[in-house]
Design a protein around this ligand. Structure first.
Ligand SMILES: NC(=O)c1ccc[n+]([C@@H]2O[C@H](COP(=O)([O-])OP(=O)(O)OC[C@H]3O[C@@H](n4cnc5c(N)ncnc54)[C@H](O)[C@@H]3O)[C@@H](O)[C@H]2O)c1
Length: 144
């Protein structure tokens, strides 16, 4: 007993399992702390396929990619969005940069995983996250 057991019911309630039919290839925009420490370990736990990653800091993206075994580091955001292997885009950059990226990802026909912005907009979550949100419920005019 170390005190941490009080969190067990919460951990159990938050234990998300993704059916195989929802496991779509993901590319990540933003290679920061939340991706490195939370998103990628969670994706690995569920054996989700990470196609590639992009960050304006290319060295950071390359370093995170190498540590997590991500096969591709994109040189530009457009390169990621044009990659037909990518079905879901995980947008994990500071909030001010998110709207433009989300608009571009929607225009490219990608599903998305997003962060909750300060103003309460759920940017959308694709099938990979089993969320009720989907791009057709997350048009730019609605979400942004
Ligand atoms: N939901 C949560 O619990 C939770 C927790 C932590 C962070 N967040 C959110 O996730 C986002 C990222 O957080 P973090 O802690 O990883 O931040 P961070 O500062 O560690 O990393 C952000 C990364 O985004 C990159 N970046 C910035 N603008 C970019 C752009 N236009 N295109 C590509 N890459 C860009 C930066 O170079 C950096 O590597 C923030 O919006 C933050 O609020 C949410």
């Amino acid at each position: 007993m170390n005190g941490l057991e009080i969190w067990a019911p919460i951990a159990a309630a938050a234990d998300v399992h993704i059916p195989d039919s929802h496991k779509l290839p993901i590319a990540i925009i933003g290679a920061g702390a939340i991706v490195d420490g939370a998103h990628l370990p969670a994706y690995a736990k569920e054996q989700l396929e990470i196609v590639g990653i992009y960050d304006v800091d290319g060295a950071r993206a390359a370093e995170v990619a190498e540590r997590h075994g991500i096969p591709r580091v994109y040189s530009h955001q457009a390169e990621l969005l044009e990659d037909e292997a990518v079905r879901v885009v995980d947008v994990a950059v500071p909030a001010a940069h998110q709207p433009a990226i989300v608009r571009a990802a929607i225009a490219a026909g990608k599903d998305m995983l997003g962060q909750l912005l300060r103003h309460g907009y759920l940017l959308g979550a694709g099938r990979a996250g089993q969320s009720r949100g989907h791009q057709d419920r997350c048009q730019p005019a609605d979400a942004l």
